[in-house]
Design a protein around this ligand. Structure first.
Ligand code: GLC
Length: 664
């Protein structure tokens, strides 16, 4: 049962696609609420109540004990003290004596104080107008499925997007890409995608290729594809201000950019220097921006990652100009306080929320301050690119993921979790994000494997790859100023190969489970409590997850550990992927110390379940789904439903679900 309430005159976000009748506010019994200029929803929490949700956010699976702000933010230092990340996923589920889900469909800022100010109180504060959806159901898991059913089916990428991707900010020429691909080949490592970061462009101009470093680009794309590999370019939100850049000029002519109060394009600084932001909340401008992807598609490209679309702003021209006179006063003998004041001015440039108030969108003829719709920017930008990709070729699925997002975008793209760091704590954080993201509809998700910022180490990368074995999006990515982190940069080649082969052996399972979850509005990664509702300990386990209904994941995420304690809510079959084949062992319920070598992946298979395993392969599209063996934990015959489509066609994948009978 779902109740919908309206507050004021909201901007339609398009997050919910089901028609739901609005109710009178007297029916809003789940929260105490008041509206004194700012809307406030209050709820008393019981000691053991759990609050799930919020998608891409910091901290654990149970969100109690911190304050979270939905106001999309580009900030590469992701510590526990942060309150906002790149996306706004305003869905929570209260699971205790009372159980309900709440989706705050507000385009403006929303603050979730979940026991931060007062440990027994939850206070949700919403700025601006919006809708509130209350979702009722038997338990948290059912509530989530119900919510997922009203926001529409999650995006399904092509099968090759479930392979391994290699990326690094710094690959800048055909030679660099050749080196990556040939190093993978020489080491017998599987690979499906190589990502092109901003250095493929001419002066960081979207929809261009640097011809001197990438001569005959379409031929290069073709040649790489003949080797079974796709190139996936980045597309940034900002368009460079430059008088001979055709895309910039075209946008100017079409009035397609966000404007200041006087109606002039608002200039901000991003990678290309002075840039303007496409007004993707305006239908015409969005359509125009989306259509620009044609440039890449015509060159044979089939996948994209959209970046800097919070939008990230290094400076606004207005703020920069206003402060320049102050710098003229800088003198070597200036008092310390004055130097510090200068430093503060410089650090105030980046992503200054005051700048977001200074530019406008033209939404159906009405000028709306960006600040009020900030959280929709990455979503709508990715939406318009997805719309065009479908228009360009409605027969084929595409790969698309974005850094910034809002619920609703899950229907047309995935996300990667932004600029994490090569920290052990981020390995756990990114693992814990998985179920929360699934709750909000985002299934095609993954983190930068090995960590983006800071220097990785061989053991961290190996452990990370053991976790990434299961994430739909699997991409190793890092920036130019950190230690090189392609697996072939380290000595443990065999260990890396073993882990990558495990991923490809698991592809029939990962892909089939993914497709089934998308079709059934289900979660791919679930907190243990969702599968073991009678287990008293399960609700408090934050470092183990169920994947599908069959396997439990319990990754090693600590430096120097040789294994870890794993809690088994019931008797299970330990399945160990090793370089000498797959080993199984029956395990009783309870606690076990499970040793895990650096090149091993260990999962736990539930009773009555089977796990399909494919033959070794180097490209996802070559994995033979028909030639699988099953690891079994069954006493009687069972059925495994596999998705047997061609992995590319945009079609109703229900037609390709095949039941395979498995005998004990
Ligand atoms: C942003 C992205 C990162 C990318 C970099 C350069 O920081 O999050 O993935 O490498 O920009 O494009």
């Amino acid at each position: 049962m779902i109740k919908k309430f309206r507050f004021g005159t909201p901007i339609e976000t398009g997050a919910v696609i089901s028609e739901i009748k609005e109710q009178d506010l007297t029916n809003l019994t789940e929260f105490n609420f008041k509206n004194e200029g700012v809307l406030e929803f209050n709820l008393q929490l019981k000691k053991l109540d759990i609050v799930y949700g919020l998608g891409e956010q910091i901290r654990g699976i149970n969100k109690r004990g911190w304050i979270y702000t939905s106001y999309n933010e580009d900030n590469a230092v992701i510590t526990e003290t942060r309150t906002s990340l790149y996306g706004s996923h305003n869905f929570i589920v209260v699971d205790g004596q009372v159980k309900f889900g709440a989706f705050f469909d507000f385009a403006d800022k929303v603050v979730f104080d979940i026991g931060y100010t007062d440990s027994n109180m939850m206070k949700v504060t919403c700025r601006g107008d919006g809708y509130l959806y209350i979702v009722n159901g038997e338990n948290a898991y059912q509530i989530i499925k119900e919510f997922r059913s009203i926001i529409g089916q999650s995006y399904i990428p092509p099968k090759w997007a479930f392979g391994i991707g290699q990326s690094r900010w710094g690959y800048a020429s055909i030679e660099d890409f050749e080196k990556v691909i040939s190093s993978y080949e020489e080491n017998d490592f599987p690979l499906d995608m190589v990502y092109m970061d901003i250095d493929y462009m001419t002066e960081y101009e979207d929809f261009t290729i640097n011809e001197s470093r990438f001569p005959d680009f379409d031929n290069f794309v073709k040649k790489v594809k003949e080797r079974g590999i796709r190139l996936v370019p980045i597309v940034d939100a900002g368009i460079k201000v430059k008088n001979d850049y055709d895309v910039y000029l075209e946008g100017l002519e079409k009035n397609a950019y966000c404007v200041d109060k006087s109606g002039k394009p608002f200039v901000v600084g991003v990678w290309p220097g002075d840039s303007v932001l496409p007004d993707i909340l305006n239908k015409e401008s969005a359509k125009w921006f989306g259509s620009k992807y044609k440039f890449y598609l015509d060159n044979g490209i089939e996948g994209f990652w959209n970046d800097m679309n919070e939008p990230a702003i290094f400076y606004s021209k207005k703020r920069l100009n206003a402060s320049l006179t102050k710098f003229k006063k800088v003198k070597p003998d200036m008092p310390r306080e004055e130097f510090e004041a200068m430093r503060d001015i410089i650090s105030s440039y980046q992503n200054n929320v005051e700048d977001y108030k200074d530019f406008y969108h033209n939404i159906d003829g009405k000028l709306v301050s960006h600040d009020k719709v900030h959280n929709l920017y990455g979503y709508k930008l990715t939406q318009c690119s997805a719309d065009y990709l479908k228009e360009y070729n409605s027969e084929k699925r595409y790969l698309l993921f974005s850094r910034s997002s809002y619920i609703g975008m899950h229907r047309s793209a995935g996300i990667w979790t932004g600029d994490n760091a090569s920290w052990w704590s981020h390995l756990l954080l990114n693992f814990q994000m998985l179920p929360s993201l699934n709750m909000c509809g985002f299934l095609y998700v993954g983190a930068d494997v090995g960590g983006f910022g800071c220097n990785t180490t061989q053991d961290l990368l190996l452990r990370w790859m053991a976790v990434a074995c299961f994430t739909p999006l699997y991409r190793n990515h890092s920036p130019w100023d950190t230690r090189e982190q392609e697996p072939y940069q380290f000595s443990a080649t065999d260990k890396f190969r073993q882990l990558m082969q495990t991923r490809y052996a698991l592809l029939p399972f990962i892909y089939s489970e993914y497709v089934k979850c998308a079709l059934n509005n289900d979660m791919l990664f679930k907190p243990l409590a969702f599968c073991f509702p009678n287990d008293k300990r399960a609700p408090f386990i934050e470092d183990q997850l169920m994947m599908g209904d069959a396997i439990m994941l319990a990754p090693v995420y600590q430096q120097n550990s040789v294994g870890r304690y794993v809690y088994l809510p019931e008797d299970m079959l330990e399945v160990r992927f090793t370089n000498a084949g797959i080993k199984t062992k029956e395990r009783k319920n309870g606690n076990h110390f499970i040793k895990v070598a650096l090149d091993q992946v260990v999962v736990f298979l539930r009773k009555g379940k089977v796990l399909p395993i494919a033959k070794p392969c180097k490209r996802a599209m070559d994995v033979d789904f028909k030639d699988v063996t099953f690891i079994k934990n069954i006493d009687s015959e069972t059925v495994y439903t596999m998705c047997m489509d061609d992995g590319i066609k945009a079609d109703d994948l229900r037609k390709y679900l095949v039941d395979i009978v498995v005998k004990p």
